[in-house]
Design a binder for this molecule. Sequence first.
Ligand code: NDP
Length: 434
Amino acid sequence: IKRNPGEPEFHQAVREVAESIIPFVLENKKYQEAQILERMTEPDRIVIFRVTWEDDQNRIRANRAWRVQFNNSIGPYKGGMRFHASVTQSVLKFLGFEQTFKNSLTGLPMGGAKGGSNFNPKGKSDNEVMRFCQSLMTELHRHIGEDTDVPAGDIGVGAREISYLFGQYKRLENRFVGTLTGKSLEFGGSRVRTEATGYGCIYFCEEMFKSQGESIRGKTVGISGSGNVAIYAAEKAVELGAKVLTLSDSSGFIHDPEGIDAEKIAFVKDLKEVRRGRIHEYTEKFNAASFHKGKRPWSVPVDIALPCATQNEISGEDAKTLLDNGVKAVCEGANMPTELEGAHAFLNAKILYAPAKAANAGGVAVSGLEQSQNALRLSWSREEVDSRLQSIMSDIHENCLQHGKTDDFVDYVRGANIAGFIKVADAMLAYGVV
Ligand code: NDP
């Protein structure tokens, strides 16, 4: 805390990992003697820069942007860019730290990074977003590259922003290479990348139920968010026979007791991805649904909760409400959506609780597959990418079992932390004092 003042999100992420890793490190002296955990909590480097751009009224605006290159022991840095007013160095350090473990879990050769800006894309025109992205890339391009650091999307950075960023990168570098992922299909994107985080989250959830001789078919599901992760988690859950009851955005949540089916999801896709509207508009179209302004969806009783919006969206109190209402599984689509007190409550209740670094690794996994396709100058079919995604999620589940299974319970948090740690730690040991 003294070394990183004013970084509560980063402290929280490190504390959660340290709770499982410290006992493991104490049993394995080689890691302790080499100070591996201390070294892993210090980013390799952070680049901070000003992004100056002009708005539609010709006013000059200045934002701050960062790229946190956390750890490249097992591959080039990899991780998304987030554009949101709440972005700080602490948020990006927590995300970069988590990303290192997550990328290791995928089994692909990717180091951990994260970046972004406190730029708020809400209410900005396409032209303003373009000018911002171009200005940001004018600095960022010096620090990234297909074998150095490969950024992708995150909150506020979707297909539109990646296109502007890649267009400017290509222009500055005069090279067409896979330095960004999440690109559109016409210029090097991978099939299933858009869907990958949400789909992967459901594949992981299904693996957890399968290991108990159950399935998500027929179960009720509460989802927060209505962005990229939430929409495709809903789509896959419905496809596998579950009933999705809620979605949300930062203004509140909608509850549809009749279930949010494929047709309603198509409406939400158009609302959020094309029209950039607000979630309450759902209730104007589908009358059975209600809108709960300023609230999060955790008061609605469900079998499965999928937080897919942002960090710390399930408080200790929310976790208690979910448990009192009989929740059987919580699978984190968003990064660190559960406060530490809530995570402890889920672990103590011994429900199926999948932490983000395992449950949402599908997105970065398919980004890794996009890098492979770019390097090969090939484009794999939807079936090929989807089946690789399924097997990666199933392998992550297996790894969590290996390190998290006890007599009567699987501690997925411990399993994911240890499995992610070992590969990075062993690489760092092999490199010696670096
Ligand atoms: P999007 O920008 O597509 O969607 C974010 C959603 O969450 C929106 O509905 C947004 O509402 C809501 N939201 C964002 N911030 C807040 C907030 N402070 N309070 C309440 N609601 C909020 O982002 P993604 O779906 O891509 O990302 C969601 C989460 O998943 C993040 O934690 C991200 O790090 C994580 N993730 C994403 C991956 C990806 O592939 N995209 C990969 C792995 C993890 P509104 O529109 O009102 O802002």
